[in-house]
Ligand binder design. Structure first.
Ligand code: C2E
Ligand code: CA
Ligand code: CA
Ligand code: CA
Length: 279
């Protein structure tokens, strides 16, 4: 009994520390979203395995807090989603990403597209589509060059409503990718109903390549599924040459991962693009 009580004590102390820590991070995040200058975008190149050229980049947000130091997105994005701050943060990411893309163009670096992650909360926000239109007009990006990445779970809640939102985005000319494909709980048959243009094969499937039989079967199934629905495919988390070779042979269109490059600050991306162009 004694031990039990002690355990409970530890547990609750632990809990309250956890809650306090979270509240502190939440306050700092709210401040950061207000300030706007604690965030920075890094860009991970996406490469065509056939041509070796950069096809596009994915924007990945970074938070350097004066109080907490570097905080990875896996820690603060969920917090931003819970608190609704993701809407303001997401607006900043979209705008900064498009501006940087235009900046690249002005430097003679012409990429096919930039991919930006949008959370379900953003997609469901009533002002999102209007803001998206305004942002495209303001930055001057060609809608076809802007790809939004979302997860399968967006469709899970209200299919009709979700499909309508996605269709509107497609009608505006943007590209739509399903991120972390294969990790969701949705049936594959639902793909047919979705107005999307790309699948991103999750890293967890790429990890087993090129030797694990289950990974091989799943990746091949996803590629043939995509082909049937005329979707482009990106493999993410590609770290080794032999994974790249496997995916190239299997017909995957785009490769993203540490094998080619980590996500890079803007200036390093410029250097990387110039070096690749001249190869
Ligand atoms: P994600 O969209 O699946 O992004 C891919 C993550 O995998 C990135 O982590 C990237 O740095 C990492 N990665 C890429 N290639 C490799 C590789 O070869 N090996 C390994 N081990 N990792 C690789 P990151 O930048 O920490 O982002 C984590 C997640 O945070 C993202 O996962 C995305 O869900 C979310 N996120 C990042 N930026 C944004 C954003 O602007 N908005 C929203 N809503 N979510 C974002
Ligand atoms: Ca992504
Ligand atoms: Ca992903
Ligand atoms: Ca992922």
């Amino acid at each position: 009994k004694e031990a039990g009580r002690n355990n409970f004590c530890f547990f609750s102390e632990d809990m309250s520390r956890h809650i306090q820590e979270k509240a502190r991070l939440h306050r700092a995040l709210r401040q950061a979203v207000q300030d706007g200058n604690q965030f920075v975008l890094h860009y991970q190149p996406k490469i065509s395995p056939v041509s070796g050229q950069i096809t596009g980049v994915e924007a990945l947000v970074r938070w350097v807090s004066p109080e907490h130091g570097f905080i990875p997105p896996d820690r603060f994005i969920p917090l931003a989603e819970e608190s609704g701050l993701i809407n303001a943060l997401g607006r900043w990411v979209l705008k900064q990403g498009c501006q940087d893309f235009i900046h690249l163009k002005s430097m003679g670096i012409h990429l096919q597209h930039i991919s930006i992650n949008v959370s379900n909360i953003q997609l469901n926000h009533r002002d999102f589509l209007q803001e998206l239109k305004g942002m495209i007009a303001d930055t001057g990006i060609t809608p076809e060059q802007l790809e939004l990445e979302m997860t399968e779970s967006f469709i899970a809640s209200d299919q009709q409503e979700a499909i309508q939102i996605l269709q509107t985005i497609r009608n505006m000319g943007l590209q739509l990718a399903i991120d972390d494909f294969g990790t969701g709980y949705s049936a594959m048959s639902f793909l047919q109903k979705l107005p999307i243009t790309r699948l991103k094969i999750d890293k967890s499937f790429v990890d087993g390549l090129p030797h694990d039989n289950d990974s091989i079967a799943l990746v091949k199934a996803m590629l043939s599924l995509a082909e049937n629905f005329s979707l482009a495919v990106t493999a993410e988390g590609v770290e080794y040459q032999e994974q790249m070779e496997f995916l190239k042979k299997a017909g995957c269109h785009e490769i993203q991962g540490y094998f080619y490059s980590r996500p890079l600050p803007f200036d390093d991306l410029v250097t990387y693009c110039k070096a690749r162009k001249n190869r």
